[in-house]
Design a protein around this ligand. Structure first.
Ligand code: AMP
Ligand code: GLY
Length: 427
């Protein structure tokens, strides 16, 4: 069987790594992939937004299943396009993917179906939005409506940050960069609490939750500095009890899947709920219509079932017929190694040393921004690698992850030293 994974990050590397362990013999392709992925899959030089080209490739190669990693092709309708051409693909159709690509749609859906989330208002008028932000003051959260590659959210918690919130509103109305970015802004109540990422395989009303993970969004230790795509993750998250996770599945994931069916936007793929566990209960921060990055790097190593079978069952719309998905009790931590300057400007092309020293079966180096050239690996992006370690408990996994991270060297390497620390404070 031939499988094509669309994307080029650590998430896609982890998906391919897991697929390479399938009982079914698979020939793996990745478009466009990266230096690490080239070791386990054939790279296809097509970008994630070149949907026609991806479709032509899948038809020509007779790809049996395409798996979509990032949000952009989903928001552009890659699933609808592939299905119309008779191709099998894992991911939500465009109208279902709006749960991620339109924050106002997601908020209105939650409001209509009583799914707990922060109070909000949507504005299409710049002046009204600015006046509203000034009127309510800080703390306040401003969100661009469309996809913004993790840069669409401004959290202004202190009074002196009100200026930033106002600026963020103005930026939304003056940013004509993306056709997907409608001129709408969501202004939201600030939520306080601890965050949790809960992903599930969803096919219509069938919801099979994965194990939980916690991301580390800020660039510096102790959650300081600007937001990034994610600087590390761990799973499980012992601060949250089984009961609480079950409650999140029952009060968020299942009603959302049902609501999407009712709205004629039945969802198939990974539904990812970014949750805040507040004093007044579980609230949704955001939904994503895909696997999280770097959450996938820590969740898939805990999956004992065959990922290929699960993805196929979703793409065939018979997930409800699948036997339960099995998970192991191991703990997994991923530490993201980034280029100096990320999430701002950074340079690339730095040679990466030490990868060959990672020979322990319990450690995986999932590549994000890397490129291979004449048997050497070079940096090619902001987030470079996720050094991921498995262990019998979080403390062991953490020690192993940092030992391995310490062996890797490249010019300007930066990584957080406190990935997973919250699990020890509150456990
Ligand atoms: P998002 O891009 O929606 O995931 O938001 C990025 C980050 O901003 C989240 O992971 C939270 O840390 C923070 N955030 C988003 N919405 C809120 C909110 N209503 N209250 C507090 N923090 C938030
Ligand atoms: N880790 C957050 C995301 O994938 O959006």
């Amino acid at each position: 069987m031939k499988v094509l994974v669309v994307g080029s990050g650590g998430r896609e590397h982890a998906i391919l790594w897991k697929l390479s362990q399938s009982k079914t013999k698979l020939k793996l392709f990745c478009a466009p992939g990266n230096g690490g992925i080239s070791e386990i899959a054939q790279l296809v030089p097509i970008k994630v937004n070149e949907i026609e080209k991806l479709k032509e490739f899948a038809l020509k190669e007779k790809i049996d299943l395409t798996v979509v990693g990032p949000e952009l092709p989903l928001a552009m309708g890659i699933v609808d396009e592939f299905q119309s051409a008779g191709l099998k693909i894992f991911g939500p159709r465009k109208k279902a993917a709006e749960i991620e690509s339109s924050k106002s749609f997601a908020k209105d859906l939650m409001n209509k179906y009583h799914i707990p989330t922060a109070a909000y208002r949507v504005f299409t008028d710049e002046k009204a939005a600015v006046d509203f932000v000034k009127q309510i003051g800080t703390p306040v959260v401003v969100k661009a409506n469309g996809l913004a590659a993790g840069k669409g959210v401004i959290v202004a918690s202190e009074p002196h940050e009100l200026k930033l919130a106002v600026q963020a509103v103005k930026q939304v109305f003056h940013n004509h960069d993306s056709k997907l970015n409608q001129q709408k802004v969501v202004i939201e109540e600030f939520l306080e609490g601890e965050e949790l990422s809960l992903m599930a395989f969803v096919d219509g009303e069938t919801v099979i939750p994965m194990q939980t993970a916690q991301d580390h969004k800020r660039i510096f230790d102790q959650d300081r500095g600007p937001n990034t795509g994610g600087m590390g993750a761990y799973s499980p998250v012992p601060q949250f009890s089984e009961e609480m996770i079950e409650k999140a599945v029952k009060s968020v994931l299942i009603p959302t899947a049902r609501a999407l069916v009712k709205e004629g936007r039945s969802f198939t793929g990974v539904l990812y709920a970014g949750l805040m566990i507040t004093e007044s209960g579980i609230k949704v921060i955001e939904f994503n219509a895909r696997f999280g990055d770097p959450e996938t790097q820590v969740v898939l190593p805990r999956m004992d079932s065959d990922l290929f079978k699960v993805l196929m069952a979703c793409a065939d719309h018979n997930l409800s017929q699948l036997a339960a998905i099995n998970w192991n009790k191991q703990a997994v931590i991923a530490v993201v190694l980034a280029s100096q300057g990320y999430p701002g400007k950074y340079s690339t092309g730095k040679q990466i040393y030490g990868l060959e020293e990672i020979t322990n079966d319990n450690i995986m180096a999932f590549h994000s921004g890397t490129a291979k050239s004449q048997d050497a690996i070079f940096t090619s992006g902001g987030r470079v690698l996720a050094v991921t370690a498995k262990g019998n408990d979080l403390a062991t996994a953490r020690r192993q992850a940092y030992l391995a991270a310490g062996k890797i060297k490249f010019d300007g390497i930066h990584y957080r030293k406190d990935i997973g620390a919250k699990a020890f404070i509150k456990a």
